[in-house]
Structures are given as C-alpha cells and as structure tokens.
Design a binder for this molecule. Sequence first.
Ligand SMILES: NC(=O)c1ccc[n+]([C@@H]2O[C@H](COP(=O)([O-])OP(=O)(O)OC[C@H]3O[C@@H](n4cnc5c(N)ncnc54)[C@H](OP(=O)(O)O)[C@@H]3O)[C@@H](O)[C@H]2O)c1
Length: 246
Amino acid sequence: MDKKTVLITGSSMGLGSAIAEKFASNNYNVIINYLTHEKEALKLQKYLEEKYNIHCLCIEADISSEEDIRYMAKKAITQFGHIDVLVNNAGIAHDCELNMKNKDLFMRILEVNTFGTFNVSNTIGEEMKKNGNGTIINIASTNGIDTYYEYSIDYDASKAAVINMTHNLANHFAPMVRVNCVCPGWINTPMNKNMDEEFRKKEEDKILLNRFAEVDEIADLVYFLSTEEASYINDSIIRIDGGKKC
Ligand SMILES: NC(=O)c1ccc[n+]([C@@H]2O[C@H](COP(=O)([O-])OP(=O)(O)OC[C@H]3O[C@@H](n4cnc5c(N)ncnc54)[C@H](OP(=O)(O)O)[C@@H]3O)[C@@H](O)[C@H]2O)c1
C-alpha cells in the first residue's frame, strides 16, 4: 500500500522538526516546508530518509504567499499524489513593549500566523476534499485562550484567530476532512532560546508540572489527532500546557 503523506509547515526546526520525525517514525512520507533555514531542512530530510526509510521533500515557501502555497501544493501532489495530513505549525512572534509595536510588525505576525494558516488550509484542504479524506491540525497557543502577555499582544491575537478559524475550517471541510487545533503552553524550542532565566523560572512556577514541554510531548498529541483512534475528534481545541496553577 502507498505510504501516507504529511505536510508540516515550518518544519526546518523546533516543534515542526519533532512533528516531522514523529510522522516519519510512523512510516509517513514527509514534506518539510521552511522559509529561511534551508540547511537545517536538508539535514532533517537526510536524517529522516536514512533512519526511517521514507521519502522527504523540502519546499521553500512563505505560508503567507498565495503564489508560494499554490507552488508548494503542486510540487507536493506531483511528487506524492496526495496529502493525508496537514500540520499548520509555522509561526512567528516579535515580543516588545507596546509602545515599540508598529503596524508593519503587527501585520506581519497576523499575515504569517493567521492568514498563513488559512492560506495553506484553504489550498491543501481542497485537495483533501477532492480525495475524500484528510486531517488538518492547527498549532495555536494558550496565548490565544487565556494566557496573555502585553509584549505579545499581536501574537496572542493571531493565535486567538487561529483557534476561531479552526471552527470555520472544520465546518467548511466536513465531513471528509477533520480539523482540530492544538494549543501548547511554553515549549523548549529555538523560539524561546533567548529567554531571560529569571523570567523562565517565573513562568515555570505558574505550571502545575513546573516545567516547559519538550517538543516530543506536543508531537505525540499532534500525531494522535491524525490517527484512526482520533476519528471522532473534530472541530476541537485541545490545550497541552502542563496545567495552570490557580
Ligand atoms: N515555543 C513555544 O513555547 C510555543 C508555545 C505555543 C505555541 N507555539 C507555536 O508552535 C509553532 C512552532 O513554534 P516553534 O517554537 O517551534 O518555532 P521556531 O522554533 O521559531 O520555528 C518556527 C518555524 O516556522 C517557520 N516559519 C516562520 N515563518 C514562516 C513563513 N512565513 N513561512 C513558512 N515557514 C515559516 C520557520 O522556518 P525557517 O526557520 O526556515 O524560516 C521555522 O521552521 C508556532 O506556531 C508557535 O507559535 C510555540
């Protein structure tokens, strides 16, 4: 039987690369999408192909560009024939004081995190609908639910919009395509590599499990949502944050 195919946006590093490995270890062919880190994407491709005997395709594409995403979809379908799972993982943040935010920075966060997620879902979701099945998993954040920070006001709004959009996308693509949203709390990834130690400690103290998540812990949930065991989980917003202290 044909291997299944997963497309993970922003999988050159961080959570995306862990999700890529989780699917590869379950015999999926993997489409690695990246924007700037080509070397890391190619290294991941080689590692996954050699370790798991699967095929990978690396595609440079900006998820906020309609042209790039049409190109990515065409290239992926030409190579693999179908995409079974889409993980909308790519995301950016630009933390700073409120008085340092400007329209360009703010709009770029919305453009990538919110429009980008819509853009890829809209294009790949149509392909899945044509094939009669598929599943989409959006990566939002607890910042989009109830864990707000002034310095990430733009990011928090962009993730709230991803959560909201999950419902419309689930509605649009039902019943052929299931659409769910995963909302992690803090994760140990390059996004947090420059975090001040004192701030990290304060944030860890707010978590019932007293630590940030490891990428594999989030990747396990994302993979589960794509499986037959999750066949009735649809239109759901699932938080994974180690528990929030009262
Ligand atoms: N880290 C956390 O604590 C945390 C918590 C909750 C939710 N999340 C969410 O989890 C997801 C992954 O986060 P992460 O921490 O793994 O981030 P990361 O380490 O900064 O990696 C981000 C990835 O997104 C890609 N990317 C950025 N802009 C893109 C664009 N316009 N088009 C295509 N790809 C783009 C990057 O590609 P290049 O590097 O190749 O440019 C990179 O592969 C994000 O959606 C983030 O908001 C993270």
